[in-house]
Design a protein. Structure first.
Length: 149
């Protein structure tokens, strides 16, 4: 099976001492998720994740050390040369703190955004794997808010 590689980030910001997580609504899969996209030639995973957050949400981010999670799953191709095929998707996610709070979605792949606290975000996410990812990220974010905020 053909493999594809992408990178993205669980993006958070602080608001009144609480963490808010950025969720993006994807036009293609019609579900809420995190900024993510293909790794371009010559990019490393972090560079790709930073670019995708910038392109999809208009945000600059600072990465949190020690958080890198990889999700592997079958994905049905809805565009491109592999249209109609199933590929093995490898999606690497980092944890990133937003440098600001103003989001500007690209309007092409992403049609909406929402900043949410953990519990509402978990309910909005479209896939169990993303809910697990957010729970893992939240452990590190909670530590940050208890000790650094």
């Amino acid at each position: 099976m053909k493999q594809e590689f992408s990178a993205g980030a669980v993006v958070f910001r602080g608001s009144k001492g609480k963490a808010l997580y950025l969720l993006l609504y994807g036009r293609e899969n019609k579900s809420w998720g995190f900024p993510k996209g293909h790794i371009d030639s010559g990019e490393d995973e972090r560079e790709a994740a930073r670019r995708e957050v910038r392109e999809e949400a208009g945000l600059e981010v600072d990465f949190c050390n020690g958080f890198r999670k990889e999700l592997v799953y079958p994905a049905f191709k809805r565009r491109g040369p592999d249209l109609g095929m199933t590929v093995e998707k490898h999606a690497v996610y980092f944890l990133a703190k937003a440098a600001g709070e103003t989001v500007k979605v690209d309007g092409d792949e992403i049609s909406d955004f929402s900043w949410q606290e953990l519990k509402p975000a978990l309910k909005m996410l479209g896939f169990d794997s993303l809910r697990t990812l957010l729970r893992q990220a939240a452990v590190q974010v909670d530590f940050f808010f208890k000790h650094c905020y």
